[in-house]
Design a protein around this ligand. Structure first.
Ligand SMILES: [Fe+2]
Length: 275
């Protein structure tokens, strides 16, 4: 089976390098490799040696042992894609966008069968198919961030469901049929009997946020299993907000990212080289 993580060694060092604004030549010099070798590592065509992994981790402020586990494909999270407990169920909709899979989710309150649609995966038809297949009643659309691979098709979902759409107040706004409802850190929304708290996780985008309910957090592109989303706006904000607002949650909380497998707070504390 292919290695399941969203990001490989090359993605991780590239994100850490760009996020901290260090040039390829600075890193290559410090690591005792050529710029061409570093470029090939970032493009997955050159495998690093163990000592190179530790040296690069040190230069990039990453955890060397955790990075080595990913470079050698020794770790991936236990990640059941359909998870269910007494109060809630999570249905994952994974669809290719530009050749890469993107995740949207249905968060279902089991007591009422009310559901939140979390992101669109740019495939509103597939989201609506799952709504029908599971016979749930969508009551809200929650957007982790505005990138098109997570929000394309929003007007179609709005028309089909009649739901209000919630997005962080600091986030650029995607195309929408209706006035978007703006939310902020610590706001609480209800989905059936579930209370869903908005958690700030900016950095990948200005107003990226996560949605937390009980033992489930929908994190968009803030954190992936073993990596983080591209720190387009602020590396520091991304690392700090994930550390302070997500990795401070109990180890058992399951994180549902916008790309790649779900993971848990405990797994990420033990294995994510950015933390
Ligand atoms: Fe994104």
């Amino acid at each position: 089976m292919a290695y399941a993580l969203e990001d490989e060694f090359g993605d991780i060092i590239g994100k850490a390098r760009r996020g901290q604004n260090i040039s390829q030549s600075q890193i290559a010099t410090a690591a005792g490799i050529t710029e061409a070798e570093l470029a090939r590592m970032e493009q997955y065509t050159l495998k690093p040696t163990e000592s190179q992994v530790f040296r690069l981790a040190e230069i990039l402020n990453l955890d060397g042992a955790k990075l080595l586990d990913i470079a050698t494909e020794r770790w991936e999270p236990e990640s059941p894609q359909q998870i269910s407990d007494a109060a809630l169920a999570v249905i994952t909709i994974s669809a290719p966008v530009g050749g890469w899979p993107v995740n949207a989710y249905l968060l279902v309150c089991k007591a009422t069968d009310d559901a939140a649609i979390i992101d669109t995966a740019a495939h509103p038809d597939l989201v609506l198919e799952q709504v029908d297949a599971h016979n749930v009643n969508p009551t809200a659309i929650l957007l982790t961030h505005a990138h098109s691979d997570h929000t394309d098709g929003l007007p179609q979902l709005q028309t089909a469901t009649g739901c209000e759409t919630y997005i962080h107040r600091d986030e650029p706004k995607p195309r929408s049929n209706t006035q978007l409802r703006e939310v902020a850190h610590d706001d609480v929304l209800s989905v059936g009997e579930l209370m869903v708290t908005v958690v700030n996780t900016p950095g990948h985008t200005p107003g990226g946020c996560s949605f937390l309910t009980q033992n489930a957090a929908f994190v968009g592109d803030a954190i992936f299993a073993g990596s983080v989303g591209g720190p387009n706006i602020s590396y520091q904000a991304e690392i700090e907000s994930v550390r302070d607002n997500l990795l401070s949650l109990p180890d058992t909380v399951r994180l549902y990212p916008g790309h790649g497998p779900s993971t848990t707070v405990g797994e990420e504390k033990s294995h994510n080289p950015f933390f």
